[in-house]
Design a protein. Sequence first.
Length: 192
Amino acid sequence: MAFRKLLLAMLISLPASQALATGEIQNLITDADSKRLQDYDSTRETALKEAKAGGAAGDVAELEKLIARAPVAFDGFDMTGNWQCRTIKAGGLSPLVVYSWFKCRVTDDGSGWTLEKISGSQRTKGRFFTDSDKRLTYLGSFFVAGDTPKKYSSGPESDQVGYTFRTGSNEWRIEFPAPHYESKLDILEFRR
């Protein structure tokens, strides 16, 4: 555990591009997902404009409340345990869809945090990698309830990539730019 904290401190002290350039994630991330992260800011901006312009007033208020929460450092934060989670789909086929709350679980196998959405029809399973003190990168696999999740890098229909932001003592979110299905930006929101 002490080694992991030392390694995390070393990664946090590096500029984000340096941490990614020398980290394990560079050996795992697909070219397509690297491109999605490169285009994250413009994709997010377009998706949020569409959502705010065409979404129902109550859903837009929920979205604005969520994205207004400023990121805080992950230092000292323990993600492990059970969480309520919900997906918000912005832009694309429908301007804005806010789903109900489901169940997610984060575990730590000693090599890092792993997420699994454990209820609802659309699921995800994947790992987190340090990008900076206020942002993690998530590499995961989309799957449907009842199916076995595929290994990350199995193809564009299942591969997922996103940036993870902690926004409070018991809340965080993952933003998935340009997901394969339906929307331009998916946000998976978490609360205890």
